[in-house]
Design a protein around this ligand. Structure first.
Ligand code: GDD
Ligand code: MG
Length: 355
């Protein structure tokens, strides 16, 4: 089976992490975020994937090349200007090789999901559907596409990012399209799958089906979600074929070092060459390569960028530190604070909270 992977978004809600790296390539438990989904797609029978790229397109081919490393055949189709989700699917479909009736898997590039892809494809074939959407339940559907279904699994409506969603059952960002349906999306202009294509297919009476499965599912769109996703991979809450879980609650990448008196836990991932000093606490956090946490520092539910330095006694809670930043002793960064790359927070103690 062939697949299209949507990876052209700018990941604005994850800045400053996404200034230099597109969201789908953020290091996530040792590999680029989307590698977890790529390998799951491969294991589900996908052999060839078309990447629909736009923002920093060249970084995807640098990371994955022709896909040989993962046992996949990967090709790239780049939009000069982003074409929107359906515009990107239409544009990427020029590189598909399958015939008009074949199912094509389409994946958002920022999702971690444990759902059963072959079962979704089987539901699509059984329902003779135009499109079959993976649907999942969330507590608050306002940030997602809300998708009510009939008892026989037909999609009744598609309501994207509404303040009053009709149901907490949402679009999980993994579709099976009949290839000929992709051909009916207008070419050469911006088209949104969520605001145009799905509502239009429904209005035309096309069979659009829902495949409901409440497996592990996370949209890695915000720093808090990114941290949680990494924690869940390291703890094994979301098993990934490319993460080895050893029960310690910590993932140490190549040449990472942790002082014996440091306390590190809660699904923390410690990047290659990163160092954690004596008596430091690092809880449920993500340290990118070569980050340094000095002695007595305290880092909780935070992301520390590549080569950043958290000096002795500094405190970080729920915050994002860009690459190359130095946070001097005495600083406390709390509640969603974000520090842009290569800045230095001075030795005079500040206490900064974004909320
Ligand atoms: N190639 C390309 N071109 N890709 C794009 C473009 C584009 O113009 N716009 C967005 N993408 C990619 C993003 O990189 C991401 O992988 C995916 O499409 C979805 O975009 P997001 O920006 O992450 O959308 P969202 O999270 O707000 O909402 C979408 O996902 C939710 C589930 O996580 C929608 O599909 C919702 O309906 C859904 O509930
Ligand atoms: Mg998203």
């Amino acid at each position: 089976m062939e697949a299209i992977l949507l990876v052209g978004g700018q990941g604005t809600r994850l800045r400053p992490l996404t200034i230099s790296t597109p969201k789908p390539l953020l290091p996530t438990a040792g590999v680029p975020l989307l590698e977890h989904q790529l390998v799951r797609a491969r294991d589900a029978g996908v052999t060839r994937i078309v990447f629909a790229t736009s923002y920093r397109a060249e970084m995807f081919s640098e990371a994955f090349g022709d896909g040989g490393r993962l046992g996949l055949d990967i090709v790239y189709v780049t939009e000069d200007e982003p074409l929107g989700t359906a515009g990107a699917i239409r544009n990427a479909s020029t590189a598909l090789e399958c015939d008009a009736d074949s199912p094509v898997l389409v994946l958002n590039g920022d999702i971690l999901s444990g759902h059963d892809i072959p079962a979704q494809v089987a539901a699509h074939e059984k329902g003779e559907a135009a499109v079959t959407l993976h649907l999942t339940l969330v507590d608050d559907a306002r940030r997602y596409g809300s998708v009510p279904t009939s008892p026989d699994g037909r999609v009744m409506d598609f309501v994207e990012k509404s303040p009053n969603p009709p149901t907490n059952q949402v679009n999980a960002g993994c579709y099976v399209f009949r290839r000929s349906v992709i051909g009916s999306i207008p070419a050469g202009r911006v088209v949104s799958a969520e605001y145009e294509t799905f509502p239009q297919l429904l209005a035309a009476g096309e069979p659009v089906c829902g495949y409901v499965e409440a497996a592990y599912w996370l949209d890695v769109g915000t720093p808090a979600a990114f941290v949680r996703g990494v924690n869940d991979l390291v703890l094994g809450t979301l098993p990934s074929p490319v993460v080895e879980v050893d029960g310690s609650g910590v993932l140490l990448l190549e040449n990472a070092s942790v002082a014996s008196t440091a306390r590190v836990d809660g699904g923390t991932s410690v990047g290659a060459g990163a160092r954690i000093g004596a008596e430091a606490t690092v809880e449920s956090s993500v340290l990118f390569d070569d980050a340094v946490i000095e002695q007595d520092a305290r880092v909780v539910r935070s992301v520390v960028g590549r080569g950043a330095r958290i000096c002795s006694g500094a405190v970080l809670e729920d915050c994002v530190i860009g690459d190359g930043v130095t946070v001097r002793s005495g600083n406390q960064l709390l509640n969603g604070a974000r520090v842009w790359p290569n800045t230095e927070l001075p030795p005079t103690a500040i206490r900064f909270s974004a909320e």
